[in-house]
Design a protein around this ligand. Sequence first.
Ligand code: TYC
Length: 146
Amino acid sequence: MIVRVGKFKLEFNSEIELKFKITDTNNASTRIGIRMGDEDEGEPDRGFTVLAERVKPELKKPPMYKVVLLNDDYTPMEFVVQVLEIFFQMNREKATQIMLAVHTVGKATCGIYTRDIAETKSDQVNEFAQQNHHPLVSDVEAVEEE
Ligand code: TYC
Protein backbone atom coordinates (compact mmCIF):
# COMPACT_ATOMS: atom_id res chain seq x y z
CA MET A 1 0.00 0.00 0.00
CA ILE A 2 1.34 3.44 -0.90
CA VAL A 3 0.11 6.53 0.88
CA ARG A 4 1.13 9.99 -0.26
CA VAL A 5 1.31 12.72 2.38
CA GLY A 6 2.54 16.01 0.91
CA LYS A 7 5.97 15.35 -0.57
CA PHE A 8 6.27 12.02 1.25
CA LYS A 9 5.40 8.66 -0.17
CA LEU A 10 4.74 6.09 2.53
CA GLU A 11 5.15 2.51 1.41
CA PHE A 12 3.92 -0.36 3.55
CA ASN A 13 4.72 -3.97 2.78
CA SER A 14 1.57 -5.07 4.46
CA GLU A 15 -1.28 -3.06 5.83
CA ILE A 16 -0.62 -1.45 9.16
CA GLU A 17 -3.43 -0.60 11.49
CA LEU A 18 -2.84 2.32 13.82
CA LYS A 19 -5.23 2.77 16.69
CA PHE A 20 -5.29 5.90 18.83
CA LYS A 21 -7.21 6.52 21.96
CA ILE A 22 -7.67 10.22 22.64
CA THR A 23 -8.80 11.04 26.13
CA ASP A 24 -10.17 14.48 26.72
CA THR A 25 -9.49 15.81 30.21
CA ASN A 26 -10.06 19.36 31.43
CA ASN A 27 -11.44 20.36 28.05
CA ALA A 28 -8.01 19.84 26.44
CA SER A 29 -7.49 17.58 23.49
CA THR A 30 -4.50 15.68 22.19
CA ARG A 31 -3.26 15.86 18.62
CA ILE A 32 -1.61 12.69 17.43
CA GLY A 33 0.79 12.68 14.50
CA ILE A 34 3.36 10.49 12.83
CA ARG A 35 6.79 11.92 12.12
CA MET A 36 9.23 10.31 9.71
CA GLY A 37 12.86 11.25 9.05
CA ASP A 38 12.99 13.82 6.24
CA GLU A 39 15.84 12.58 4.06
CA ASP A 40 15.78 15.88 2.07
CA GLU A 41 16.76 17.59 5.31
CA GLY A 42 19.54 15.08 5.97
CA GLU A 43 17.56 13.27 8.65
CA PRO A 44 18.19 9.50 8.82
CA ASP A 45 15.42 7.03 8.10
CA ARG A 46 14.57 5.68 11.54
CA GLY A 47 11.09 4.47 10.78
CA PHE A 48 8.48 6.69 12.31
CA THR A 49 7.82 8.34 15.60
CA VAL A 50 4.41 8.88 17.05
CA LEU A 51 3.96 12.33 18.47
CA ALA A 52 1.32 13.33 20.96
CA GLU A 53 0.80 16.97 21.75
CA ARG A 54 -1.79 18.60 23.96
CA VAL A 55 -3.57 21.36 22.14
CA LYS A 56 -5.95 24.07 23.30
CA PRO A 57 -9.60 23.36 22.65
CA GLU A 58 -10.58 24.95 19.34
CA LEU A 59 -14.08 25.88 20.43
CA LYS A 60 -14.34 29.11 22.37
CA LYS A 61 -17.36 29.80 24.50
CA PRO A 62 -19.56 32.40 22.82
CA PRO A 63 -19.69 35.87 24.37
CA MET A 64 -22.76 36.21 26.59
CA TYR A 65 -25.21 39.09 27.02
CA LYS A 66 -27.47 40.16 29.89
CA VAL A 67 -31.02 41.33 29.41
CA VAL A 68 -31.36 44.19 31.89
CA LEU A 69 -34.69 45.62 33.03
CA LEU A 70 -34.74 49.36 33.83
CA ASN A 71 -36.85 51.12 36.41
CA ASP A 72 -39.37 53.86 35.65
CA ASP A 73 -41.99 55.64 37.73
CA TYR A 74 -45.13 54.55 35.89
CA THR A 75 -45.15 50.86 34.87
CA PRO A 76 -47.34 48.95 37.37
CA MET A 77 -45.43 46.44 39.48
CA GLU A 78 -47.90 43.70 38.51
CA PHE A 79 -47.16 44.25 34.81
CA VAL A 80 -43.40 43.92 35.41
CA VAL A 81 -43.96 40.68 37.32
CA GLN A 82 -46.01 39.32 34.41
CA VAL A 83 -43.28 40.29 31.93
CA LEU A 84 -40.71 38.36 33.96
CA GLU A 85 -43.01 35.32 34.15
CA ILE A 86 -43.84 35.38 30.42
CA PHE A 87 -40.46 36.19 28.84
CA PHE A 88 -38.02 34.83 31.41
CA GLN A 89 -39.92 31.78 32.71
CA MET A 90 -39.71 32.97 36.31
CA ASN A 91 -42.17 31.84 38.96
CA ARG A 92 -44.14 34.55 40.81
CA GLU A 93 -41.77 34.62 43.78
CA LYS A 94 -38.62 35.05 41.67
CA ALA A 95 -40.34 37.56 39.36
CA THR A 96 -41.46 39.64 42.35
CA GLN A 97 -37.94 39.57 43.78
CA ILE A 98 -36.37 40.79 40.49
CA MET A 99 -39.09 43.43 39.98
CA LEU A 100 -38.40 44.81 43.49
CA ALA A 101 -34.63 44.80 42.80
CA VAL A 102 -35.24 46.94 39.69
CA HIS A 103 -37.64 49.19 41.62
CA THR A 104 -35.12 49.82 44.44
CA VAL A 105 -31.72 49.66 42.68
CA GLY A 106 -32.70 51.05 39.26
CA LYS A 107 -31.96 48.00 37.15
CA ALA A 108 -31.47 44.24 37.39
CA THR A 109 -30.47 41.34 35.16
CA CYS A 110 -33.36 39.10 34.07
CA GLY A 111 -31.32 36.51 32.19
CA ILE A 112 -28.04 35.79 30.39
CA TYR A 113 -28.04 34.50 26.79
CA THR A 114 -26.09 34.46 23.55
CA ARG A 115 -26.35 37.75 21.65
CA ASP A 116 -29.26 36.90 19.30
CA ILE A 117 -31.41 35.44 22.06
CA ALA A 118 -30.72 38.36 24.42
CA GLU A 119 -31.62 40.90 21.70
CA THR A 120 -34.79 39.03 20.75
CA LYS A 121 -35.93 38.81 24.39
CA SER A 122 -35.22 42.50 24.99
CA ASP A 123 -37.11 43.48 21.78
CA GLN A 124 -40.06 41.28 22.79
CA VAL A 125 -40.23 42.88 26.24
CA ASN A 126 -40.04 46.43 24.83
CA GLU A 127 -42.69 45.70 22.20
CA PHE A 128 -45.00 44.08 24.77
CA ALA A 129 -44.63 47.12 27.06
CA GLN A 130 -45.44 49.53 24.19
CA GLN A 131 -48.48 47.52 23.11
CA ASN A 132 -49.74 47.85 26.68
CA HIS A 133 -48.87 51.58 26.85
CA HIS A 134 -46.28 51.25 29.63
CA PRO A 135 -42.87 52.98 29.52
CA LEU A 136 -41.04 49.81 30.68
CA VAL A 137 -37.72 49.34 28.85
CA SER A 138 -35.16 46.55 28.83
CA ASP A 139 -31.65 46.67 27.40
CA VAL A 140 -28.83 44.29 26.46
CA GLU A 141 -25.35 44.50 28.06
CA ALA A 142 -22.29 42.40 27.32
CA VAL A 143 -21.14 40.12 30.16
CA GLU A 144 -17.49 40.85 31.01
CA GLU A 145 -15.26 37.99 29.90
CA GLU A 146 -12.97 36.30 32.45
N1 TYC B 1 -41.11 51.72 39.76
C1 TYC B 1 -42.33 51.15 39.28
C2 TYC B 1 -43.49 51.58 40.20
O1 TYC B 1 -43.24 52.09 41.27
C3 TYC B 1 -42.28 49.62 39.19
C4 TYC B 1 -41.30 49.14 38.22
C5 TYC B 1 -40.50 48.07 38.57
C6 TYC B 1 -41.17 49.68 36.97
C7 TYC B 1 -39.57 47.55 37.67
C8 TYC B 1 -40.26 49.19 36.04
O2 TYC B 1 -38.58 47.61 35.52
C9 TYC B 1 -39.46 48.12 36.41
N2 TYC B 1 -44.72 51.36 39.76
